[in-house]
Design a protein around this ligand. Structure first.
Ligand SMILES: O=P(O)(O)O[C@H]1O[C@H](CO)[C@@H](O)[C@H]1O
Ligand SMILES: O=c1cc[nH]c(=O)[nH]1
Length: 240
């Protein structure tokens, strides 16, 4: 079956997928795999397949924001993907997890506009516990700080006249904010597949992002390298 938006044949996909926002990060992830093939580059969705320790892995970029990412997640699941791991970046809420740290998301606050159109607001956005464990173990084997905990998924990146909800979620114990994990977790629950996510922290979220946001520092690049390594190793562990 040809997936109409990803422009990929479902027969070419593997049951394990790594997803990320940036098409260039998808390429960087794919370069770590053996026997890599690029399958398609349609809109923001760039798809590769390759192998790690003999396990076939699909890598796809989903772009920025939950609605576009949801299209990617839904088509991958329709195409037979059973385990999805998001490898992303996020803004930190706490000096305990400074930029350059990794966070494995156990659950996501649904501050996105998409999932309320799919399920009632009381429905939780939670990761699969086996995927969380595999990601946390694999990330802990890399050289740097890794924590697991609740993340926030928010549509707005730049602030308007409304206050961002960062302070209240920080006080409630959330570790970081990004833009797609709640969509991934809700869709995975709805469709009966496993999902997890790991994020590299690229700054502090409650600062004024327009002036200080710079995801292209060496510290962030190093953390992204670590999370890629962790996601690939987690999939190999999950396949054992
Ligand atoms: O680095 P990625 O995976 O794109 O994730 C984060 O970065 C983007 C914002 O710059 C949003 O997609 C957010 O979720
Ligand atoms: O959504 C995001 C992603 C990275 N960093 C942030 O501060 N926010």
């Amino acid at each position: 079956m040809k997936l109409s938006i990803l422009q990929v044949n479902s027969e070419d996909l593997s049951p394990y997928a790594i997803v990320c926002g940036d098409p260039f990060r998808a390429e960087a992830i794919a370069r770590k795999l053996d026997n890599v093939r690029e399958l398609a580059f349609s809109r923001e969705y760039r798809t590769f397949v390759g192998e790690a320790s003999g396990v076939a892995i699909t890598v796809v970029s989903h772009g920025v924001g939950s609605p576009g990412a949801a299209v990617c997640f839904e088509e991958l699941i329709k195409g037979g993907v059973k385990t999805l791991i998001r490898v992303g970046t996020a803004g930190s809420y706490s000096a305990d997890v400074p930029p350059g740290s990794l966070v494995v998301s156990t659950a996501a606050v649904r501050e996105d506009g998409l999932t309320r159109q799919l399920v009632p607001l009381g429905f939780p956005a939670v990761a699969d516990s086996d995927v969380v464990q595999a990601l946390f173990e694999a990330a802990s084997e890399t050289d740097g700080l890794v924590k697991k905990g609740i993340t926030v998924t928010l549509d707005a990146f730049f602030q308007g006249v409304e206050e961002f909800p960062h302070q209240k979620y920080k006080r409630a114990g959330a570790l970081a904010v990004e833009m797609e994990i709640s969509a991934l977790y809700v869709i995975a629950s709805l469709r009966g597949v496993r999902a997890g996510a790991i994020v590299a922290l690229d700054g502090y979220a409650d600062a004024d992002l327009r002036e200080v946001y710079d995801p292209h520092t060496d510290v962030v690049t190093g953390a992204v390298e670590r999370e890629i390594e962790a996601a690939i190793r987690a999939i190999v562990k999950l396949n054992q």
